[in-house]
Ligand binder design. Structure first.
Ligand code: COI
Length: 354
């Protein structure tokens, strides 16, 4: 089925690759030579094209710009020492992408376009995959509504694109995090579980306010009591308490079902560390900190992979951690890196060859 995808391919006349400094790649700043674009119209996907990376021409009344029907994913590709390229768990991102699409009243994108299109695109821009430790090719599939019309209703036309960004680490250093009590990221019944653009736009004010206080990001709490811990910035969060890894559960639909979150849970269990997905409150965390049983706190996400948190502040209570002495999250990170870079066996079938 996947071979049948008919993609029109137009390649660049001159690659930008030689202009790149592969030792200095900020996250998401540079893009490869090509992109994939497809249109949804009259109930079907068409015009699937790989072409030179270029600006889009959009009508000012474009529905997505006004009413926010826009979703995306974040995925990474790596290379092993034999120059083979692999994408990490793209089928999981496809599943989540289409869940986001359903929630935002958008059409689903079929596997042939999402996965096969991605493989072909990366195949063409394979030389852009960095090989430095903690570097990768960040893959950004996204979709937005394209009806040119100001009525508030689901659009009838959509665009799906994939762009590729050779990137270094998202966070260069361990983070300082403020527990958020004013703003809310998501409420039950809302769109918190989906990866829609508005979730990220809505988070910026809280992050900006936190930065003014010297913090990198916020730890979101629930909408009603501001006590149940949710996510950190745009990542899932894990707390290692008395040898048990605790991460907020997904049932309420306020938390993104992270692919890295899932990979981390699998690896933790393989390391013999029990994992609990459950509600966890700020009081429980503070009690654990006071008792000396809060051992490690870290965020997980595709962009950031595993991001240690060196300080957490709630009201006037500050929790500081000696990140250098941690053993569990660094081990999870190195096990995941080994799988991604082809240095450890991919026993879970997480890698898809390009
Ligand atoms: C990812 O980890 O891929 C994300 O979605 C974070 C991104 C918004 C930078």
């Amino acid at each position: 089925m996947t071979e049948a995808l008919d993609i029109l391919i137009t390649k660049v006349e001159r690659s930008k690759l030689n202009e790149m400094d592969f030792d200095n790649l900020p996250f998401g700043k540079y893009f490869t030579d090509h992109m994939l674009e497809a249109d949804y119209e009259n109930g079907e996907w068409k015009n699937v094209e790989i072409k030179p990376y270029q600006p889009l021409l959009l009508d000012p009344s474009l529905a997505a710009l006004h009413y926010g029907q826009a979703i995306f994913e974040g995925i990474k590709a790596y290379k092993d020492d034999n120059n083979n390229a692999f994408i990490f768990r793209p089928y999981d991102n496809l599943t989540r992408f289409n869940l986001s699409a359903q929630r935002m009243n958008m059409p689903e994108v079929p596997e042939e376009i999402f996965i096969e299109g991605m493989r072909q695109l990366i195949g063409i821009d394979k030389n852009w995959i960095p090989q430095r430790r903690d570097y990768s090719l960040y893959i950004r599939p996204f979709m937005f509504s394209t009806d040119a019309m100001l009525g508030v209703r689901p659009s009838e036309t959509y665009k799906f694109l994939i762009i590729l960004s050779p990137s270094g680490p998202y966070f260069a250093a361990p983070m300082k995090i403020l527990v958020e009590e004013t703003y809310t990221r998501a409420a039950p019944g809302g769109v918190g579980f989906s990866k829609n653009a508005g979730n990220y736009g809505g988070s910026l004010k809280a992050a900006t306010d936190a930065k003014k206080e010297g913090y990198d990001q916020v730890l979101w709490t629930d909408a009603f009591e501001h006590k149940w811990l949710q996510e950190v910035g745009m990542m899932n969060v894990f707390f290692l308490i008395k040898g048990v890894a605790v991460t907020p559960s997904l049932e309420e639909g306020t938390i993104l079902k992270g692919v890295t979150r899932d990979s981390v849970m699998v690896v933790l269990r393989e390391m013999g560390i029990p994992v609990e997905q459950r509600r966890i409150s700020i009081e429980e965390l503070i009690d654990a900190h006071k008792a000396g049983t809060l051992q490690e706190v870290f965020g997980t996400g595709t962009a950031a992979t595993i991001a240690p948190i060196k300080e957490l502040k709630y009201k006037d209570y500050v929790m500081q951690f000696e990140v250098q002495g941690w053993t569990v999250s660094p081990e999870v990170k190195s096990r995941l890196n080994a799988i991604r870079e082809g240095k450890a066996e991919d026993t879970h079938g997480w890698l898809v060859k390009v």
